[in-house]
Design a protein around this ligand. Structure first.
Ligand code: SF4
Length: 438
């Protein structure tokens, strides 16, 4: 780790540009913004980039070029993955093309590294790279004026200007990513990425913080007018997903990363599950009404007009949880405790990795859902009876599922083992909550 980054999917961060402005709900708890307005407030790279508000520091929209860090990757000899502009957005409004030229020139001169560019402004990234492709292929004078001059300046060597004319296009060591937190943002941002993919770039998606479900195949009209045709988008070539961390983190429904994993497994797309974030499996069951930071996540089947939001924060261990059939309980346990296992598996996929077996994804979830739908109510009823409890007080839903243990604990287990685990968990739960239910 060149700079001690703890981000699981990279080795180092590189911040030749700092500063940004908020663009969508995924930005609300932006780590870079908070840092720029607190601990690094007086650092020359951050000073004046944020203003204080009731909700904490907020970007002013000013962006800053940090020339002292521009040539860092050229000095790092050991190959590494580098997250570009981790504390800003390379394509933010206010970033002039000249700065972007310099950053791309450095990336082109450092083929030993892999550069991970991530933006919430893919339309500008598309425009910029379309223009640079035109220059590279048809206007060598302009290409040399832009990237060539930048290369000579950053290295202090006129030879670099010549070297950059021999680079492969598109740059194989640059992965272009967009960040999307929910379906709306994905559907509006991915089409630009798809254009870049068609131009030969490796494109990827960061679904973090994941705030809603995302279906990766976007269907829409490709053209307007008489040539209009329905188009189904191509998929990202790499997907990273994760929940939000920090004190104000919003809970992530367990189905959201599962659905992404399953889509990736089915399509052979490498999948990286970064973290659950601050919200995870409850540390232990509590008596009904115990105060704390909990959230209820309705299963897609359990969603209804009375339960339209898929995940809702509540300030106590849910009372009368049977009313919320099919819901999972999450607790604000902190990032470390929540960990990064998804159904018992650490997903560390990167572009070029062998595809996941579908069994680790959709097949398992489908089996489990079918099993719960068919078997769990009977099992539940029987366990109540075995314990001498009154099963008519229950609505027949599976307790372990409702209390967050089903989804979190029953990973890729063979069915008989799954049933045993369910029995043990339900038994313990019913005993613990016996007083509540009688
Ligand atoms: S685009 Fe990225 S850097 Fe900018 S405010 Fe949003 S999360 Fe932060």
């Amino acid at each position: 780790m060149a700079d001690g980054t703890k981000i699981e999917w990279t080795d180092a961060t590189w911040n030749p540009i700092t500063g940004c402005s908020v663009v969508s709900p995924g930005c609300t708890n932006c780590y870079a913004m908070k840092l720029a307005g607190t601990r690094l407030k007086h650092h020359p790279s951050r000073e004046g980039l944020t203003r204080n508000s009731k909700a904490g520091p907020v970007w002013t929209g000013e962006v800053r070029f940090n020339p002292q860090w521009l040539d860092e990757p050229l000095r790092w000899k050991k190959p590494r993955m580098i997250f570009v502009c981790a504390h800003g957005d390379l394509f933010a409004e206010g970033v002039p093309d000249e700065w972007i030229d310099q950053i791309f020139a450095v990336m082109a001169l450092a083929p030993q590294h892999t550069f991970q560019v991530l933006t919430k402004r893919p339309e500008r990234m598309r425009d910029y790279l379309q223009e640079m492709a035109r220059c590279f292929e048809h206007d060598s004078a302009e290409f040399s004026r832009r990237w060539g001059t930048a290369a000579a300046e950053v290295t202090g060597s006129p030879c670099a200007a010549g070297a950059i004319e021999d680079i492969p296009w598109p740059l194989p060591n640059v992965w272009l990513g967009t960040s999307a937190e929910d379906q709306d943002r994905y559907s509006s941002r991915w089409p630009y990425m798809e254009e870049l993919q068609e131009l030969g770039w490796l494109t990827w998606l960061s679904a973090e913080p994941l705030l809603g479900r995302i279906l990766l195949r976007v269907t829409g009209l490709r053209e307007v007018g008489p040539d209009a045709r329905v188009h189904q988008s191509s998929l990202p070539q790499w997907v990273v997903a994760g929940g939000e961390s920090g004190p104000n983190a919003r809970p992530m429904h367990p189905y959201w990363p599962r659905q992404l994993r399953d889509q990736c497994a089915d399509a052979g797309v490498p999948f990286h599950f970064k973290q659950w974030g601050a919200w995870g499996k409850p540390t232990k069951p509590r008596p009904s009404g115990t105060p704390g930071r909990f959230a209820l996540a309705a299963s897609p089947e359990g969603a209804s007009e009375f339960w339209p939001a898929h995940v809702v924060e509540i300030g106590h261990w849910p009372r009368q949880i049977d009313l919320f059939g099919g819901a999972t309980v999450l607790e604000h346990v902190g990032k470390k405790a929540a960990g990064r296992l998804l159904d018992g598996i650490e997903h560390n996929g990167f572009p070029g990795d062998p595809p996941m077996t579908p069994r680790s994804g959709s097949a398992h979830v489908k089996d489990f859902e079918a099993f719960v739908a068919e078997t769990a109510p009977k099992l539940h009823w029987k366990i109540y009876q075995d314990l001498g409890a009154d099963p008519s007080r229950s609505n027949g839903y599976y307790d372990g599922w409702q209390h967050g243990f089903g989804e979190a604990s029953f990973g890729p287990l063979p069915l008989p083992q799954l049933i045993d685990e369910m029995k043990a968990s339900v038994t313990a739960k019913v005993r613990a909550l016996g007083d509540d239910r009688q």
